[in-house]
Write a protein that binds this ligand. Sequence first.
Ligand code: UDP
Ligand code: MG
Length: 155
Amino acid sequence: MALERTFVILKPDALQRGLIGKVISRFEERGLKIVADKMGRMEKRMCDEHYSHLKDKQFFTRLVSFMTSAPVIYMVLEGAEAVEMLRGMCGATNARKAAVGTIRGDFALSTQCNIIHASDSKETAEKEVARFFSKEEIFEWVPSFEKFIYADDEK
Ligand code: UDP
Ligand code: MG
């Protein structure tokens, strides 16, 4: 089993509500490895690309204005089956329906303002990592405690 990379955006509501630290703590506490992390402001052009699957939805314009309303945090996280695992940690898109214990289920009440984006498949993750980060911005490192996170054949 190989370690996988997934792409995360901590959305404007996470920053505005002072929840960045709490969300990142969850990644660290679970044992996920942070391999890239930066702050930025999403441009409309980037939203059009990132949310192209939603461009015909009636809520698209308000989604773009929300995503461009304040800076965001972009991250790449690495772990065994990280893509699926992160989606599980996020919970349902509609935060009111997200299970308690998930990030959306614990911190949000909205379908739009739901704190976090995480890639929905390995293919999407590869595209999204490459869209938002250059190779030089992604760091390879080995956590000193890795042998207590995974058995040898799990990574
Ligand atoms: N969204 C929204 N209204 C909807 C569905 C989605 O405002 O009815 C927003 C919400 O912020 C969501 C994002 O669009 O996280 C992307 O939607 P997607 O269906 O890809 O959900 P996700 O993968 O984020 O769970
Ligand atoms: Mg999605």
